[in-house]
Ligand binder design. Structure first.
Ligand code: AMP
Length: 281
């Protein structure tokens, strides 16, 4: 597995691959890898000759400096996992390489970034769009893989690719979960024992809500039940729970005429912020 810390040699590497007619799949990550990330690598390997993963904790997408400071870093283990998964190359730049000068460019996604994550993490998606655009321009992959775990991010990157005409195909890969249902996340490493036990409540709330809505319960009643369910657990606090149209992220207050609805949840386990989601069907 080739490891690149700088853009110039990485570009030479990818140009060589493309000249020989091979395809490149890109898997952007922030490291602290788990089985969810590896499922993206596997998806890429099944559809491309060469898979490139990036590991970069992108400062411009953190609205909370403490969250950035405490973001887990397990670089050696990450490289071992990627090697074992058959990843061909890793790009792990430092901040000077990605942001030689402070960035002033901002992205706006209209109604897509006014709700849910966008509402509670102002500037987050601008930073995501900035770093993902840099990665797309540097690597120019044929395919890029993102997790359903960050569904709003996927919807926003899809808009970015469509509007800026990035010449690549995006894929969303299903959420990988721990055996008790907790969505895998790098931030799970920060949970203490009690928080880890109770953090499954976000998953259980989604399952309960899906059943209740399908059984005809009103969304307002379901929201109330979810709020009580989460907040009664020690150290757990709900930030939002929404039913949304998965394509345009419009918040729905009922299921009438809903097209591919998705349930999205976010909250805190202690000071660790977690998100999860589930399609209704
Ligand atoms: P991150 O390192 O958290 O920025 O995530 C990198 C990519 O892995 C993103 O596209 C995430 O959506 C995806 N991802 C994170 N957690 C999971 C999971 N549990 N299952 C599948 N994909 C995931």
């Amino acid at each position: 597995m080739e490891i690149f810390k700088q853009i110039a040699p990485l570009k030479i590497f990818v140009e060589g691959i493309k000249r020989s007619g091979k395809t490149i799949g890109l898997v952007p990550t922030m490291g602290a890898l788990h089985r969810g990330h590896i499922s993206l690598i596997e998806a890429s390997k099944s559809q491309n000759t060469v898979t490139v993963a990036s590991i970069y904790v992108n400062p411009t997408q953190f609205n909370n400096p403490l969250d950035l400071q405490k973001y887990p870093k397990t670089t050696e283990k990450d490289l071992e996992m990627l090697e074992k998964a058959g990843c061909d190359a890793v790009f792990s730049p430092n901040d000077d390489e990605m942001y030689p000068e402070a960035s002033i460019l901002k992205f706006e996604f209209g109604s897509l970034d006014k709700v849910m994550e966008g509402k509670y993490r102002p500037g987050h998606f601008s930073g995501v769009a900035l770093v993902v655009s840099k990665l797309f321009n540097i690597i120019e992959p044929h395919n890029a893989y993102f997790g359903q775990k960050d569904w709003q991010q996927f919807a926003i990157i899809r808009q970015l690719v469509a509007e800026l005409k990035f010449n690549l195909v995006l894929s969303s890969v299903p959420i990988q979960r721990e055996s008790d249902g907790l969505a895998m996340s790098s931030r799970n490493l920060r949970l203490n024992e009690t928080q880890r036990v109770h953090a499954t409540i976000f998953y259980h709330a989604l399952v309960m809500a899906r059943g209740a809505l399908k059984g005809g319960k009103e969304i307002e009643a379901v929201k109330k039940a979810v709020t009580e369910m989460v907040n009664q657990k020690p150290e757990m606090r709900l930030e939002y729970f929404e039913l949304a149209n998965s394509k345009n992220l419009n918040i729905l207050d009922n299921l009438d005429n809903a097209i591919v609805p998705i349930l999205c949840i976010a909250g805190y386990a202690g000071e660790v912020r977690l998100i999860d989601n589930m399609f209704l069907d």
